[in-house]
Design a protein around this ligand. Structure first.
Ligand code: SAM
Length: 235
């Protein structure tokens, strides 16, 4: 008994018993993200995006030791020096792309698969690329196990996009690049949008929203400061 009390005290959070506990925490998180958008000065997030977030069980996308923190509005470690993004940032990036039913989306940086799962609830299909083999494998297994049939993943360098499935209605890059990869611009449909953090490795980066006009021009909007792990690879 003493050992049990000690472990509860040391861990500092109650054990989460079942899906109902997680559902309640998830609903609170979605409310927090909704309010946070107001503080951050964003336009309100669309209900569809928040509802999609409310359906994805974030606690199933984090390592066992992080489960108790899964519904806190912050990034968490997922191993290999990588993170699952902060829920607010996931909502912001998803919302900026204005996902629609028939869209085909490319994600660069599968990580845990969480962002892909949120997006999958809003569009026709998500193609997602991860450069770390262990993460690509575990995300692919997880997404299949959880029934995300409209997400296809692969191991590779997302800098070069995924030519076979291009052009994309939207592209979401979840690692910080030093510049916008030209292959990704090429693989964006006219009228399509891309969100990407751009900047140096050990500093905050700028989240950019790019839109390709019907004429093929790129219009760029600066959204705000963010902090992401770097886009790696040989490019
Ligand atoms: N979207 C992820 C999620 O929901 O868990 C979080 C992504 S994490 C912030 C960034 C991911 O990008 C890492 O898993 C990292 O290995 C991956 N990454 C970095 N460079 C990459 C590249 N060139 N191509 C594909 N993935 C890359």
């Amino acid at each position: 008994m003493r050992a049990l009390l000690l472990s509860v005290f040391v861990l500092g959070a109650p054990a989460l018993a079942d899906d109902a506990d997680f559902a309640a925490l998830r609903a609170d998180l979605v409310d927090e993200v909704r309010v946070y958008a107001g503080y951050a000065g964003d336009d309100p997030f669309s209900d569809a995006v928040l509802e999609a977030m409310g359906r994805v069980e974030r606690h199933k996308f984090v390592p066992q030791g992080q489960v108790r923190y899964a519904y806190e509005n912050r990034p968490l470690p997922i191993g290999h020096g990588q993170t699952i993004s902060q829920p607010y940032i996931v909502a912001l990036m998803t919302d900026l792309l204005e996902p629609a039913d028939g869209d085909v989306v490319l994600e660069v940086g599968t990580g845990s698969g969480y962002q892909a799962a949120v997006m999958a609830g809003l569009v026709d299909h998500v193609y997602s690329i991860e450069i770390i083999a262990a993460l690509a494998d575990s995300a692919s297994t997880r997404l299949q196990r959880l029934g995300y049939d409209n997400v296809t993943t692969k191991l590779g360098d997302g800098y070069y996009g995924w030519e076979d499935h291009a052009p994309f209605d939207s592209i979401i890059v979840t690692a910080a690049a030093s510049h916008v990869p030209p292959p990704l611009i090429e693989q964006l449909k006219p009228g399509g949008k891309m969100v990407i953090p751009v900047g140096g490795r050990f500093m905050t980066q700028l989240l950019l929203l790019l839109e390709k006009t019907d004429g093929g021009e790129i219009v760029t909007r600066q959204i705000g400061a963010v902090r992401f792990v770097p886009l790696t690879g040989e490019h």
